[in-house]
Write a protein that binds this ligand. Structure first.
Ligand code: MG
Length: 293
């Protein structure tokens, strides 16, 4: 099932995408009312959501057209975890631009994006030219944690996953470089769209080999498969959870393929009005528009 969070009567609601035209309000149909209750509730909550959707009456259904999408977890309590330099071709393009030797990281490189960066499908991504003039995109597979855990082994990792989504790790390249540590350039307001849906893991068994693409105004910039990840999802979870508790609703962005704007010749950065579509096979298209502020 494809789950989403949307706004209805000013409130965040859990929805299931019934087909391309209709969304079922799971809470109104008698199931869990929000995404966090669903992922925390494990198999029982998933079964309750399924029953609710199957028995949903017409008034529990709303059209997709005109729907206001919210981030899957609209008010996260924790930063979004991210992995940097996790596709070999992206590591290579970064090294080329900086005139460095290509060195694929031996261990996953982690950073995070602040909760104030979280944004939604169809959300406006603000671009302040006084803050950054090198604004870039990064399509990534997002892992949604369902079951809490610490010191999780790679073999057990998928037991802790609820499902998968798309993250666009918008990045201010000038700030990323200027401040040494990546955090500043990675976490401007609104630079972490997540969505449009979270696909429960049972519905996405081939998450380790999905087409992952990104388009700017219809022009394909990134095009790879999730099988190209250097550190795979189970290894990322094992490494991140060593001595660190992962909790339901945590999101891990797993790195971006090659084709980012700063490595193009000449470099191409995002500007007012650009429409950025991050797409992953089996999940959907996360679409955002850049607006100067
Ligand atoms: Mg990234």
């Amino acid at each position: 099932m494809k789950f989403l969070t949307f706004e209805r009567n000013g409130q965040p609601r859990l929805g299931v995408l019934a087909d391309s035209k209709r969304v079922i309000d799971v809470g109104a149909a008698g199931g869990p009312a929000d995404m966090l209750s669903l992922v925390k509730g494990g198999e029982a909550a998933l079964a309750a959501a399924k029953r609710a959707v199957e028995g949903a009456k017409a008034d529990a259904s709303v059209p997709v057209e005109g729907l206001k999408f919210l981030a899957p977890f609209p008010h996260p309590t924790k930063n979004v975890f991210c992995v940097g330099r996790n596709y070999a071709a992206h590591v290579a393009e970064g090294a080329r631009v900086r005139g460095q030797q290509v060195q694929v990281p031996e261990f996953p490189e982690f950073f995070s994006k602040a909760t104030t960066a979280v944004n939604a499908h169809e959300g406006i991504v603000p671009l302040d030219p006084k803050v950054t003039t090198k604004f870039d995109y990064e399509v990534e597979l997002g892992v949604v944690i369902g079951k809490a855990g610490k010191n999780i082994s790679a073999a057990q990792a998928i037991d802790h996953v609820f499902g998968f989504t798309i993250v666009n790790d918008f990045t201010a390249r000038d700030l990323q470089r200027r401040h040494g540590q990546w955090f500043k350039g990675k976490t401007l307001d609104g630079t972490c769209p997540i969505g449009p849906v979270v696909v429960a893991k049972a519905a996405l068994p081939n998450f380790a080999d999905l087409a992952i693409t990104l388009r700017v105004n219809g022009d394909t910039r990134q095009n790879d498969r999730t099988s190209s990840m250097v550190h795979k999802v189970p290894q990322i979870i094992e490494s991140l959870s060593a001595g660190l508790t992962l909790e339901p609703g945590d999101v891990i962005a797993t790195g971006t393929p090659s084709g980012v704007g700063f490595a193009m010749e000449p470099p191409q950065f995002l500007k007012e009005g650009d429409v950025v579509e991050a797409e992953i096979e089996g999940i959907g298209i996360l679409r955002n528009t850049i607006r100067e502020v």
